[in-house]
Design a protein around this ligand. Structure first.
Ligand SMILES: Cc1ncc(COP(=O)(O)O)c(C=O)c1O
Length: 635
């Protein structure tokens, strides 16, 4: 058997490059999670999942590692602290967590609690998020920044929050919003703490590039900023402008785009200061990207910079521009969401064991000439026996042609079903033999790389792509997917991953591989009675809240885990996923009503003796159990 080590596995899934030193493979061949990049401690994911299943928590299970979340907050604050020291920057840095990235109560709670030491703030973009922000700020003094479109109710709530002592900044996104804010401020007599969002001509890159540039949805153009200054001055509110904000998009893949935005945004700050606006904060928005595929490139699932480089550039550029302009350096705020939350959650689920090899017909006897074969089948046998690396290309072409011939002959009635099945079986065998040869040829010729795709097998994973990783479907976002066990064994199948929704779009055919994006995921042949799990990594940002209920697959079970020196790990919270009745409730069905309706009808059939009492009650029992059960597949 070919030698295979855990290092080989780490390489083919590119784990060291996207794992940010938070994920590794242990000697048993299982994936481990570390609380922080420097930590010797780790949790064996497979052992954890086995323990959770013993606790009757069924897959798919969303694992939330709170230490990892805290570690990311600490890391972002650390790199900014270092950059401030290195550049001798004379002001402060502060993170504001954008709630939209993951609004789950326990997540925001953990961020608010742990973030206290960093004076972390919360960024909100709607009225529901404002309510969340206020609930966390109450009694804790957490500062809030309000972005997004705002109506009277939103603005009035912020004004009164300001009056009763909350540290809350309302960011003007549009001119009409400013007029509304001024009118309400006059009406209530309350002066808000104001921010102005600037529409930069600088643009980001990737899928969210249109968040920046002249056509961006939000922000004031330069002429509008001049108008806003005049309007605020007339209304005695100019001294309330404390912040300028810009955001050129999420997942900015190129550092030079970030630098351009920093230069332009800081120039606006400097000029506004010169006009006498007492701005104290420059809020650089989100955009700090995550290297999902580990390629360290400007490809849209990656980034060509590290968080250290990001922080250094932010501090350096802002200081440089301010010194040149002769204005005071501002305090700096970043609203890094993705970079804070992506790493902390992992979805683990089982692959369906579809191994039916024991019931499939075995045509092995065709190979030793035991049967009289149809000429097409005979030619396939000959190819299988003689193929080697020198005849590879020709034999491959012949095989493709022969298999087409077999289909035509079958349609014309010249091949029996059994003969066509033999041809199909031989075709698979030849392709696998070719692959064995191809794998030893480096580099693999392009035509034969595509050939490998024909060997790709579909594995079914017990999850909904639309619920758990919607960006994989919507924007072709790559998320690392890795089997969490047997990584000390060579994977022998090239797979794609299909989910259990009835949608052919619910399939993943692009994966993170050794050299960037690959078209198949290496997996192991699942043994009879084996439970085989895969993990979907870096899914903590945006996925949970964007997820939808295609086929009414609801929220998955979620488990919050913390590291524990003595016991390895501790389960802090288990949040049950949606039961079927809960999924149905979203679309206005009521479980008890359905049960009553079915029961009433069955009673009629019982009266007519079409159905027995036992059959009726057994069916109702099954229906009731289904309503109470998990929406995903059980045994
Ligand atoms: C105003 C604002 N701030 C912050 C963010 C968070 O961005 P990211 O997750 O890229 O850090 C967003 C999201 O696009 C945003 O619109």
């Amino acid at each position: 058997m070919e030698r295979w080590s855990i290092n080989d596995s780490a390489k083919i899934y590119n784990l060291p490059n996207w794992g940010a030193d938070l994920f590794s493979i242990n000697k048993k061949g299982n994936v481990c999670v570390h609380p922080s990049p420097t930590s010797k401690h780790s949790i064996d994911l497979r052992a954890l999942v086995d323990d959770l299943i013993k606790r009757k928590i069924k897959p798919p299970i969303l694992l939330r590692f709170m230490d990892v979340l805290q570690g990311r907050i600490a890391a972002i604050n650390r790199v900014f602290r270092n950059a401030i020291e290195e550049n001798d920057y004379p002001a402060k840095y502060q993170t504001f967590y954008p709630i939209k990235v993951n609004q789950q109560r326990q997540v925001v709670e953990a961020i608010a609690k742990f973030g206290k030491r960093y004076n972390i703030g919360l960024e909100v973009g709607s009225k529901p998020e404002l309510v969340i922000g206020i609930s966390f700020a109450t009694g804790n003094g957490i500062p809030i920044i309000c972005n997004g479109y705002k109506d009277t109710e939103y603005i009035e709530t912020v004004l009164y929050a300001t009056k009763i002592g909350y540290d809350i900044t309302i960011v003007v996104e549009k001119m009409f919003e400013l007029e509304k804010i001024i009118a309400l401020s006059r009406k209530t007599g309350i002066k808000p703490k104001l921010g102005i969002r600037v529409k930069l001509s600088s643009k980001g890159t990737g899928k969210w590039a249109t968040s920046g540039g002249e056509d961006a949805k939000f922000g004031l153009r330069m002429s509008e900023i001049i108008a806003a200054i005049g309007l605020l001055e007339q209304n005695d509110l100019l001294d309330r402008v404390k912040l300028i904000h810009f955001h050129i998009g999420s997942q900015i893949t190129k550092i030079d785009k970030i630098k351009s935005a920093l230069i332009e945004g800081t120039r606006v700050y400097a000029e506004m200061r010169k006009l006498g606006v007492g701005i104290e904060y420059v809020d650089i928005g989100g955009g700090l990207g995550v290297d999902y595929d580990g390629s360290k490139s400007s490809y849209f699932s990656s980034v060509n910079y590290s968080i250290e480089e990001y922080a250094n550039d932010v501090i350096y550029q802002i200081k440089n521009i301010c010194e040149d302009a002769g204005v005071e350096c501002p305090n700096i705020i970043s609203e890094s969401g993705r970079a804070t939350a992506a790493h902390y959650s992992v979805l683990v689920t089982n692959l369906l064991n579809t191994n039916t090899a024991n019931v499939m017909p075995d045509f092995e006897e065709t190979l030793n000439g035991a049967e009289k074969l149809a000429p097409t089948v005979k030619k396939l046998v000959d190819i299988y026996k003689s193929i080697d690396r020198y005849s590879l290309r020709e034999d491959y072409h012949d095989t493709v042609q022969l298999i087409q011939e077999a289909v035509s002959l079958f349609n014309l009635g010249y091949l029996t079903l059994n003969e066509r099945a033999m041809a199909e079986w031989l075709h698979g065998k030849i392709l696998r033999k070719i692959n064995g040869i191809v794998e030893k040829i480096k580099p693999i010729p392009e035509e034969l790389q595509n050939f490998q795709l024909s060997l790709r097998q579909t594995y079914f994973a017990n999850f909904s792509l639309f619920q758990s990783i919607p960006d994989s479907w919507a924007i072709d976002q790559l998320f690392p997917i890795v089997p969490i066990q047997r990584l000390n064994q060579k994977p022998d199948v090239m797979a794609s991953i299909a989910d259990i929704t009835c949608d052919s779009d619910g399939e993943i055919t692009s994966f993170v591989g050794e050299n960037g994006r690959t078209k198949y995921l290496p997996l192991h042949k699942i043994r009879k009675d084996e439970d085989y799990f895969v993990g979907f990594f870096l899914i903590g940002a945006y996925q949970e809240i964007l997820g939808d209920m295609h086929n009414l697959f609801g929220d998955t079970n979620a488990v919050h885990v913390t590291f524990n020196k003595k016991t390895g790990y501790k389960v802090d919270t288990v949040i049950n996923g949606d039961a079927t009745w809960e999924s149905l409730k979203y679309v206005q069905y009521k479980g008890p009503e359905i049960l009553k309706h079915v029961r009433d009808n069955l009673e009629k059939d019982v009266a007519l003796r079409k159905v027995t009492i036992e059959e009726s009650s057994h069916f109702l029992e099954l229906l009731d159990r289904t309503l109470l059960g998990y929406t995903y597949l059980g045994e």
